[in-house]
Ligand binder design. Structure first.
Ligand code: ATP
Ligand code: MG
Length: 254
């Protein structure tokens, strides 16, 4: 059984003057313990889709199912890292990380202990008591990532979690995420603009069309777990990258 299923999701934003159709019949799923990426042109509706999965937005049509039950429009069931890191400016870094656990019912002291244990692992040891404005954009992104990671829900939705990191830190975070994920296999839905990142991390990849978005193709990534960086040298890696790249190019130029 799939953990997360999106069934025929449609969404249209209705403004004062115009209606903007953004999602048009998006159907996809993430199985238990699966790592699935979504890749698509900018503005195609990926973040909108995540708002719908997280219950922050009710779709114009279609349903979100979790563990075989419709949960459309319900908040709090998914661990979610938004594209814009949404840290509370008045809360310390450790309190920001602890927040998602507290909301899910973990005691404050246990949540803070966990935050203190993990902050050094993402290179933020020593920043526990600082406020978010002291951190760079990439550091804030890591805090936001950690908050989603430590949140106890089974399904995690990550919206371009490594978007504002430099190439080396990004690579280190990818390997680190893979390592953690391979140890406890949560179900992950991951948005990225990097085709290499999607192939390196995922079991499957959905490619979305321009807005209004639809799934135009689904790929199964042909590499075993545990996965190592050397897969990036494999001819199959390059083949898949070229294929996805040409699909996206057609979309962007269409
Ligand atoms: N609240 C809103 N009201 C009206 N239009 C919106 C709203 N939110 C998003 N949109 C529009 O919906 C479209 C999709 O936006 P969305 O943020 O989902 O794209 P995205 O695929 O995440 O893009 P990116 O890759 O750049 O993050 C855009 O055209 C955007 O202008
Ligand atoms: Mg987005």
């Amino acid at each position: 059984m799939s953990k997360l299923e999106l069934k025929g999701i449609h969404h249209t934003f209705s403004g004062k003057k115009q209606r903007v159709p953004v999602l048009s019949d998006v159907t996809l799923h993430v199985k238990e313990g699966e790592f699935v990426s979504i890749i698509g042109p900018s503005g195609s509706g990926k973040s909108t889709l995540f708002h719908i999965i997280g219950g922050l937005l009710t779709p114009s049509g279609g349903e979100v199912w979790l563990d075989g039950v419709s949960v459309t429009g319900t908040k709090g069931l998914i661990s979610y890292m938004p594209q814009q890191s949404s840290l509370f400016p008045w809360r310390s870094i450790e309190a920001n990380v602890a927040l998602s656990q507290e909301v899910a019912g973990v005691s404050r002291s246990a949540a803070l202990d966990k935050a203190r244990e993990w902050l050094p692992k993402v290179g933020l040891g020593g920043y526990e008591h600082e406020l978010p404005h002291v951190l760079s954009g990439g550091m804030q992104q890591r805090v936001s990532f950690l908050r989603a990671l430590l949140s106890p829900q089974e399904v995690m939705c990550l919206d371009e979690p490594f978007g504002s990191l430099d190439a080396l830190t990004r690579q280190a975070m990818q390997s680190w995420l893979l390592n953690i994920w391979e140890q406890n296999k949560r179900s992950i839905l991951f948005v990225t603009h990097s085709i290499e990142e999607a192939i390196f991390l995922s079991d499957r990849i959905y490619v979305l069309s321009n807005k209004p978005a639809q799934v135009i193709e689904e790929f199964i990534v042909p590499f075993e777990r545990q996965r190592h960086e050397k897969v990036m040298m494999d001819p199959k890696f390059h083949e898949l990258r070229q294929h996805i790249q040409s699909l996206l190019r057609q979309e962007i130029l269409s």
